[in-house]
Design a protein around this ligand. Structure first.
Ligand SMILES: NC(=O)c1ccc[n+]([C@@H]2O[C@H](COP(=O)([O-])OP(=O)(O)OC[C@H]3O[C@@H](n4cnc5c(N)ncnc54)[C@H](OP(=O)(O)O)[C@@H]3O)[C@@H](O)[C@H]2O)c1
Length: 278
């Protein structure tokens, strides 16, 4: 298939290129070659490439920064996504839209299925959710892929932050009352490569299996790294971020399972693989 990856310079975008190019003909755009907030340029670019599938991995991803930059977050995550969806409609391309666990408020207390009620708490979560709404209103051929706590080689992430902090500090404070599933961008890219082979359109929760708090995640990172670092568990309130975040945003990969796909490996196994090559 012909696959266009929008946001190919991003952390996920890089791995999407590596994985999807194994079985598809790939075209890419970056913010320098296509600003998705420009509708004419977006339509023109997608028309020129005429892909079978567009994977839309571009976003304003600064969760805390979105609180004070609401208009920019809206412009990229909502208007930009609307533009990509319009371009897909005009070219009859299927769209993969990458979304987030932050569409949920985290009060359910057990893992979320795709059919569960959304209620984003933050500006980022709201704009990503509104992007989903655009996709679903404009297109019938879409895969909305909600994922969480991403890390990969091509972007700053929680693991590199922890390892960098450990070099400078004797002890690190880490939030212990937010629970989620760390997800490796390589594993997510492999799942997207499988999804787009079939017209099984709809919404998917795709994360590595099992879950942890940020504090437990940090413990696992230092265990694998063989480093003895003092980690202080703190509450969300004590840590004090600009954006509110869900306390429990574990996603159940339910639709993936119902389509008969195998269980996605645990975050601990993926983390070990990732850290081996750091
Ligand atoms: N990271 C996570 O933990 C996480 C969790 C759940 C879901 N997601 C979603 O997963 C997707 C990929 O995330 P990521 O972590 O790979 O993000 P990322 O590294 O920040 O990549 C996003 C890319 O989008 C580009 N971009 C920003 N504004 C644009 C515009 N107007 N036009 C075109 N491109 C634009 C960025 O360019 P610049 O860098 O030059 O601004 C960047 O290359 C996003 O949809 C995100 O919402 C991420």
């Amino acid at each position: 298939m012909k696959v266009l990856i929008i946001g190919s310079e991003g952390m996920l975008g890089h791995d999407l290129i590596d994985i999807l190019s194994k079985e598809n003909e790939i075209s890419t755009t970056t913010i320098d070659t296509l600003d998705i907030t420009d509708i004419e340029k977006t339509i023109k670019t997608v028309k020129n490439i005429n892909p079978d599938v567009v994977v839309h991995a571009a976003a304003f991803t600064d969760v805390d920064g979105s609180e004070s930059n609401e208009d920019l977050a809206y412009k990229v995550n909502v208007i930009g996504t609307r533009n990509v969806a319009v371009a897909c409609r005009k070219t009859d391309a299927a769209l993969v839209y990458i979304c987030t666990d932050y569409v949920f408020d985290g009060t359910k207390g057990i893992s979320y299925r795709e059919s569960d009620q959304t209620n984003p708490l933050s500006v980022y979560g709201k704009t990503k959710y509104l992007g989903e709404v655009c996709v679903k209103e404009i297109l019938s051929k879409f895969y909305v892929v909600r994922t969480s706590w991403l890390y990969g080689y091509h972007g700053p992430n929680f693991i590199t932050t922890m390892l960098n902090l450990a070099e400078k500090m004797d002890s690190i404070s880490v939030v212990a009352d937010q629970i989620g599933s760390p997800t490796y961008t390589v594993d997510l890219s492999k799942v997207i490569a499988e999804l787009i082979k079939k017209p099984i359109y709809g919404t998917y929760h795709i994360t590595n299996s099992d879950h942890c708090s940020w504090y437990e995640y940090a413990q696992e990172i230092f265990k694998i790294a063989g480093m003895n670092i003092k980690i202080n568990p703190v509450t969300t309130e004590e840590f004090g971020s600009a954006a509110p975040r869900p306390k429990y945003s574990v996603l159940e990969n339910y639709n993936w399972k119902m389509e008969g796909f195998p269980k996605i490996r645990s975050y601990k196994d993926a983390l070990r693989d990732y850290m081996r090559l750091l």
